[in-house]
Structure formats: C-alpha cells, structure tokens
Ligand binder design. Sequence first.
Ligand SMILES: NC(=O)c1ccc[n+]([C@@H]2O[C@H](COP(=O)([O-])OP(=O)(O)OC[C@H]3O[C@@H](n4cnc5c(N)ncnc54)[C@H](OP(=O)(O)O)[C@@H]3O)[C@@H](O)[C@H]2O)c1
Length: 164
Amino acid sequence: MNQKPLTLIVACAANRIIGRAGRLPFDLPEDKQWFHDQTAGTIVVLGRICYETWPRVRQDGRTPVVISANTALASPGVHVVPDVPQALARAQQLSGEIMICGGQRIYEETLPLADRLLLTLVHADVPGDTWFPEWRHLEWRESWSKESADANYRYTFSVLERRR
Ligand SMILES: NC(=O)c1ccc[n+]([C@@H]2O[C@H](COP(=O)([O-])OP(=O)(O)OC[C@H]3O[C@@H](n4cnc5c(N)ncnc54)[C@H](OP(=O)(O)O)[C@@H]3O)[C@@H](O)[C@H]2O)c1
C-alpha cells in the first residue's frame, strides 16, 4: 500500500524554542492563521498537551489523532493512541492529509520520517522549555517562502520538501 506523505508544521524561534509553560512563546496572529489554514481538513497528529490547549481542534474538518496513555480522552471523531508508531499507522488508515503538530517528542520521533516541513522561522532567540529538533543538517528543497514581520518579530514562512 502506498503511504501518504508526512508533513510537520511548526513555528520555531532561531534558538529552536517552540513552547513556554504549555503555551506558544510568541504571539503571531499571521502564523496562527497560517497554521489554521494549513491544517484545516487534515488529520492532525498531536501530543496530549497540544490537544488540551486546542479546544476547537475539530473545527474546519480536522481529525485529531492524540498521543496519550490516557485513553479516556477518546471521543467520537477523536482518536487516542499510546505512541508515535500507532499514531502514524492510524493516520495512514484515515482519509486525508497527515499533519504532525507536535510537541517536542513527537517532532523528534517524526522528523526523520518527514517528507515536508511547513516552517515558520522566527528570527529571534526567545526563552522557553520546549524545542524543535535540529532540521538543518537534513537535505531540503525550499519550494516556497515568504518573509513577514509584525511589531515584535521578523519571521519567514517556508515550505521545505525533503530530498531523499
Ligand atoms: N511553536 C509551535 O509550532 C508548537 C507546536 C506544538 C507545540 N508547541 C508548544 O509545545 C508545548 C507542548 O508540547 P509538549 O512537547 O510539552 O507536549 P505534547 O507533546 O503536546 O504533550 C505531551 C504528552 O503527550 C504524550 N506524548 C507526547 N509524545 C509522546 C510520545 N512520543 N510517546 C508517548 N506519549 C507521548 C504524553 O501524554 P500522556 O502524559 O497523557 O501519556 C505526554 O505527556 C506547548 O508549549 C506548545 O505551545 C509549539
């Protein structure tokens, strides 16, 4: 059976920080809109904390596959599995594009398998407690990018395709 490609989507600071105290370490409305647009209608694979902090995850046709030992989180339309391999297997069975939405351990385990990276790179070092793994040593082809900025940050949206 042909496997569907895996896409990771992340907003990452220059020092690879992605989270602080369970929240995003920066407030970027344009990136939030980008994230919501890109994940609409897809299968979103995410950790328990990300799931709990995204109450409207099922809006816009998203199908969550939540990684957690707590199977009581399951409800109609919400898949709960205990680890990354089972999350990917479940996501392959469901209909729709697969988007990996973090957090840290999930990105670490799936980056080696990623076919595409939707990266918002924030050009600043920020304090935090959650990291995205180093991705720059892998070979990527940038198929699209856009520079942007707000009052606080400069950032670049990129679509990176993995070279195999
Ligand atoms: N900037 C971004 O693009 C971005 C994206 C995602 C997240 N974040 C930030 O990152 C933080 C949340 O991420 P996080 O890494 O702390 O938490 P998380 O991955 O959302 O949730 C952690 C929990 O998920 C389960 N889990 C995660 N990985 C697992 C694995 N490989 N195997 C088994 N279970 C696993 C466990 O659940 P149980 O304890 O229930 O078993 C674990 O306690 C927040 O600050 C959030 O804002 C930022």
